[in-house]
Design a protein around this ligand. Structure first.
Ligand code: KG4
Ligand code: ZN
Length: 337
């Protein structure tokens, strides 16, 4: 079966095609709108919706061309319908529903967070650019850290997962982006902070500032206080030099990553035998990967938003006869439901 999946939950128009019999990834297309958002310093939902309207049909076309398939060769259509920016999700759901209707094929909906949770399974697919490899066996403690989410899940198996904790306020990626903005870096600042600290910071820079991190009970996080602490440190310096800013960036990154790792390891201890998995955009961070050698990180391109992770969840469910067919009244939902 050829399965086409799309994800338009935020500011990337993503389309991927997998063949479930050969268990192979035939295409994996991501059209990012980041260039359009830089001027605004963040994602503007209305702009993202309009960009999806332009980029999604192109991404579908490109994914079919990469897979050497026609639309009529697709047996099942899949789309992310929750959670995310409502306008952005509506574009994806409407477009994929229309394709399924026109082709007289079934369509299904998948939760975006489940896509991130199961993204380690992407390594099991055959693809032109990588040999298949085996991720850690279930159960997992999966940390999903992106611009919109910092959540911990107990992933029991291919079908069952349970939320066990998360952020009380900002997501980790949001903290990176907002702290970067205070330091004069363009959106999204997470990758820029990562590169700057990796290439220029010393071990002393990483501990130069003792920023507070709220100690919440259980496997929960809070990053809004850190943002305020960075703002106050910059105000105190009045005219911060580049090396002051670098030390602030390095120390703030260290605080965020150590808080995430501590809580994730705490969760692993409460589920003995579970493996730690880290996904979402922040999982691309090079310092994160160095600080957590005990964790499994998917390839960076499969940590940020993509549709291959949506296709793999749908494909895995289809193989087990557990992929629910959506009806024509199915719509987008902005929250986690
Ligand atoms: O998963 P993602 O592509 O989109 C969603 O938010 O769903 O994550 C994007 C977030 C942004 O906040 C970005 O700054 C952050 O992930 N990010 C990083 C890195 N790469 C992306 N943060 C820290 N270090 C990175 N290398
Ligand atoms: Zn995401």
């Amino acid at each position: 079966m050829n399965l086409l999946a799309a994800d338009t939950s935020c500011d990337e128009s993503c389309v991927a095609i997998i063949n479930t019999d050969r268990w192979s990834l035939l295409s994996d297309v991501v059209h990012s709108h980041i260039g359009k958002m830089t001027a605004f310093g963040g994602v503007v939902p209305e702009v993202a919706s309009r960009e999806h309207l332009k980029a999604l049909p192109l991404a579908v076309h490109e994914a079919l061309a990469q897979a050497s398939l026609e639309l009529a060769d697709i047996d099942h259509f899949v789309v992310t319908n929750r959670p995310g920016l409502i306008g952005a999700l509506l574009v994806g759901v409407s477009h994929i529903k229309a394709l399924a209707y026109a082709e007289k094929k079934p369509f299904s909906v998948i939760n975006h967070i489940e896509g991130h949770l199961y993204s380690p399974l992407l390594s099991t697919l055959k693809s032109p650019d990588a040999e298949p490899s085996t991720p850690p066996p279930f159960p997992w403690i999966a940390l999903v850290v992106s611009g919109g989410h910092s959540e911990l899940y107990h992933v029991k198996n291919e079908l069952e997962n349970e939320w066990i904790g998360g952020t009380a306020d900002d997501a980790a990626g949001e903290a990176f982006d907002k702290i970067g903005k205070l330091l004069g870096l363009a959106y999204p600042a997470g990758p820029a902070i990562d590169r700057w600290v990796r290439d220029s910071a010393s071990d002393l820079d990483r501990i130069a500032y003792k920023f507070p991190i709220a100690q919440l009970e259980g496997p929960n996080f809070s990053f809004s206080g850190l943002k305020t602490a960075v703002l106050l440190a910059l105000r105190k310096l009045k005219n911060p030099s580049e090396s002051d800013k670098l030390a602030i960036a390095a120390s703030a990154q260290e605080m965020i990553l150590r808080a995430l790792i501590d809580k994730a390891r705490m969760a692993v201890k409460t589920f003995p035998g579970a493996s730690l998995v880290v996904t979402g955009g922040v999982a691309c961070n090079s310092r994160f990967r160095a600080l957590a050698p005990d964790a499994f990180f998917p390839k960076p391109k499969h940590c940020t938003d993509n549709a291959a992770m949506i296709a793999v969840v749908a494909g895995m469910r289809a193989k087990r006869g557990e992929l629910a067919i959506a009806d024509w009244t199915t719509t987008a939902i902005p929250h986690l439901a």
